[in-house]
Design a protein around this ligand. Structure first.
Ligand code: ZN
Ligand code: ZN
Length: 381
């Protein structure tokens, strides 16, 4: 396997370089989908585009058990060197490279196995809605296992170390509108200042208290009011609140708290405030059998000394919707320590691309081990 990986290495770096340079934002991964579709077709695979969304999947082998490997494919819209553009600062370019690498490695090794390996290229992870859309495509229901992967920053996993599960927290994004009328700056008594309403909401968010044993965070991440004219009191504003919690029930309690804060601001200022949930990512529900298989894969590939305990992280990941929506699914995510600095979503995020090759090996071993475990189970039944 190591020799085959060495042969693939330059190819994988080429694929990564293309994907990195051609980043596309959530739900607009058109060229990314085309590139992967064409590449896999040329390699003799039979990829299938999703019917209603960007992204694709490909099956290798046939029959039971069915083992899935999922990568996300979208980038973030952010300012890089003074210019706004799509940027792969969450490493999804690396995740795609590893998923493609696993397919190319399987082809090189031509292993004979019973069962199906399904590699899924999921759009719009950053919106928190991509996994739910893939579920609607109907290609998750028949899977027994589902593996994912995410690169980790150095403060979570040191370079060259790996973990077999990522305990992401739950995250929710709420968008709100304060709806009122502008007033002359000389006559503040004739209007309601949307900026003051916003300030009250920010203050009151601090009065939401949940179980202190479960880490949470809640804050306003966007507030826009007013225009060019500084002598107008803005009656309207739009804002975004980002909430994080390490457990799904605590997330529900936080969301209740936000509702109370908004209701009280409405009452206090006699204004209309609308609030809607635009993203809702659930906390990790890791399956221990899948985690155990991923641990074995890590140990086989890099040895026990490079295996780390599962990482608990406040970051969100829509991968966990799969296991929450389809509880039969045995799923876990590989954490890849790749010297990633300064952090995920940082415009200048970078990591050691060489670690992607190790990622390919671990993921390939994991899917093969999962297929074998399925076979043993069937055999003993
Ligand atoms: Zn991200
Ligand atoms: Zn990500």
């Amino acid at each position: 396997m190591k020799e085959a990986l060495d042969r693939l290495r330059p190819r994988l770096m080429e694929i990564f370089t293309y994907l990195h340079a051609n980043a596309e934002i959530s739900w607009h991964e058109v060229e990314t989908t085309n590139y992967i579709f064409d590449l896999l077709t040329r390699e003799g695979f039979s990829p299938v585009r999703f019917k209603n969304i960007t992204g694709l999947y490909v099956d290798v082998g046939n029959g039971e058990p069915k083992v899935g490997l999922r990568t996300d494919i979208d980038a973030l819209w952010q300012e890089v060197d003074g210019e706004f553009r799509a940027n792969h600062s969450c490493g999804h370019d690396g995740h795609m490279t590893m998923a493609i690498g696993a397919l190319l490695l399987l082809k090189e090794l031509a292993p004979s196995f019973n069962g199906t390996i399904r590699v899924i290229f999921q759009p719009a992870e950053e919106k928190g809605t991509g996994a739910l859309a893939v579920l609607k495509e109907g290609i998750i229901d028949d899977l027994d296992f589902l593996f994912g992967v995410h690169v980790r920053p150095v403060h979570e996993l040191e370079d060259g170390t790996y973990c077999a599960a990522l305990y992401h927290g739950a995250s929710r994004l709420l968008e709100g509108e304060i709806i009122g009328e502008d007033a002359h700056a000389a006559r503040p008594h004739l209007g309601v200042n949307a900026i003051e309403v916003g300030a009250t909401i920010i203050e009151d968010l601090r009065t939401i208290h949940t179980d202190p044993m479960v880490p949470v965070s809640i804050k306003m991440t966007k507030f826009q009011a007013g225009g060019d004219a500084g002598n107008i009191i803005p009656g309207n504003a739009s804002f975004t609140i980002d909430i994080r919690a390490q457990k799904n029930d605590v997330m529900d309690a936080l969301a209740q708290g936000v509702k109370r804060v908004i209701d009280s601001a409405k009452l206090l200022y006699k204004v209309q405030i609308e609030l809607r949930t635009v993203a809702n990512v659930v906390a990790a529900e890791v399956d221990l059998t899948a985690q155990n298989i991923m641990e074995q894969a890590i140990v086989q590939a890099v040895g026990l000394s490079k295996l780390r305990k599962p990482v608990r992280t406040p970051g969100g990941e829509d991968f966990h919707h799969y296991a929450v929506q389809r509880p039969h699914l045995k799923s876990t995510m590989l954490g890849l320590g790749c010297g990633l600095t300064p952090g995920l979503h940082h415009p200048k995020m970078k990591f050691k691309q060489a670690r992607l090759v190790t990622g390919v090996e671990i993921l390939t071993r994991a899917v093969l081990l999962a297929l074998a475990s399925g076979k043993t189970k069937e055999g003993s039944a």
